[in-house]
Design a protein around this ligand. Structure first.
Ligand code: MRU
Length: 355
């Protein structure tokens, strides 16, 4: 059975799959305003670094076509939207990267067309919307191609080591389609490799159990759900050949921010001598951030930890620390699986050559 698309843009409307309701309910939010997109990204209706970049890129365009604002006011509106969208989630670099790519097109369009006559002015919004739509569509298409190549570049790892553990969700739901960490798994599975995936539940918001187990099931990939604190035990039993996770931002030296709990796994892999791979498109590599210590880590509401799926699981006033991501040092990463190939032992020199 097909996995529903995370983001669909059609006829000027952005449809965002509400991932907070998965696996039970498949509902799309129909977004016609940037406020709705900001909300959908903030509350994780759409999540996963590439998917939020794509959603934000389309969010910049909503309603422009029929806008009655003049070129200067419209340009200011786009700049304001960019600021609001970028502020939603600070760790995933794909968000800023995608918004900035569309913004550059908007600025260029404005420079070339701002002094239009009054009659041309009427068509400004529609022409601008078309130009920006092209930019957002390219981001979507490039992500699709990158995910496919990540899958192709990584699938031989699965052939050799078919029992894979993954954390959070870096699958189809987190990108345009197919995924990053799950892409090599899907391609190996399609080729008849007997893949078995251990899925970390991924507290506090359960992206592993709600999303990864859901999409692996849809694709008929064999999987076993474990809670996060079981990973060491499963590894100690010799049942994990390989770990593959996604990334929200890879610093220039290879240090990688990903869902909280990823660092635990990297340390465990080091202990048990299990290869630890990070799969990501090059758009997740941020040469402007030197090391992992400079990556801003998003902190989320305490209720996410005091509750499980909206029900209290702790005293209502207990103090909580809720960082959404952690940083794995490059030294613990066996390799980065990218659309341009696998970078073994990522470091500043190798990443500079790659980008
Ligand atoms: O908070 P989330 O669900 O957006 O976190 C997602 C992750 O940590 C993913 O591993 C990462 O964004 C890569 S998605 C291809």
């Amino acid at each position: 059975m097909a996995i529903p698309k995370s983001v669909v843009f059609d006829s000027g409307k952005l449809r965002i799959l509400d991932q907070t309701l998965l696996p039970g309910t498949e509902v799309y939010l129909e977004c016609t305003s940037v406020e709705q997109v900001v909300r959908a990204i903030s509350n994780l209706s759409v999540r996963g670094a590439p998917a939020i970049g794509i959603a934000a890129a389309y969010g910049l365009i909503l309603g422009l076509e029929h806008s009655s604002l003049d070129s200067t006011a419209l340009q200011q509106e786009i700049r304001d939207r960019a600021v609001r969208l970028k502020a939603t989630r600070p760790t995933a670099v794909n968000l800023c990267w995608a918004v900035d790519r569309v913004l550059v097109v908007a600025e260029r369009f404005y420079d070339q067309n701002a002094d239009t006559t009054v009659s041309e002015e009427e068509r400004y919004g529609a022409r601008l919307a078309r130009a920006l739509r092209q930019a957002a569509d390219s981001i979507f298409d490039e992500d699709r191609k990158a995910c496919r190549l990540i899958g192709e570049n990584g699938r031989h790892l699965i052939r050799q080591r078919p029992r894979v553990l993954t954390h959070c969700n870096a699958g189809s739901l987190a990108v345009s389609e197919l995924g990053t960490a799950l892409a090599p798994i899907y391609l190996a599975h399609q080729q008849g490799v007997p893949v078995h995936v251990y899925v970390d539940e991924t507290r506090p918001l359960l992206q592993g159990s709600r999303l990864t187990a859901f999409e692996l099931g849809r694709q008929g990939v064999d999987c076993t759900l474990i809670s996060d604190n079981m990973a060491a035990h499963v590894m100690s039993l010799g049942q994990v050949d390989l770990v593959i996770v996604g990334a929200d931002r890879v610093a220039a030296n290879g240090d990688t921010a990903n869902k909280i709990g990823t660092l635990n796994l990297a340390i465990l892999c080091d202990h048990f001598n299990i290869p630890f791979y990070v799969a990501c498109p090059c758009s997740t590599i941020d040469l402007g951030t030197d090391t992992g210590s400079q990556i801003e880590i998003e902190e989320r509401a305490p209720e996410e930890v005091r509750q499980v799926l909206g029900r209290p699981s702790a005293p209502v006033d207990v103090a909580v620390f809720n960082p959404a991501f952690d940083v794995t040092p490059a030294a613990l990463i066996t390799g980065l699986i990218t659309e341009k190939g696998i970078i073994k032992g990522p470091n500043a020199e190798k990443l500079k050559l790659l980008i």
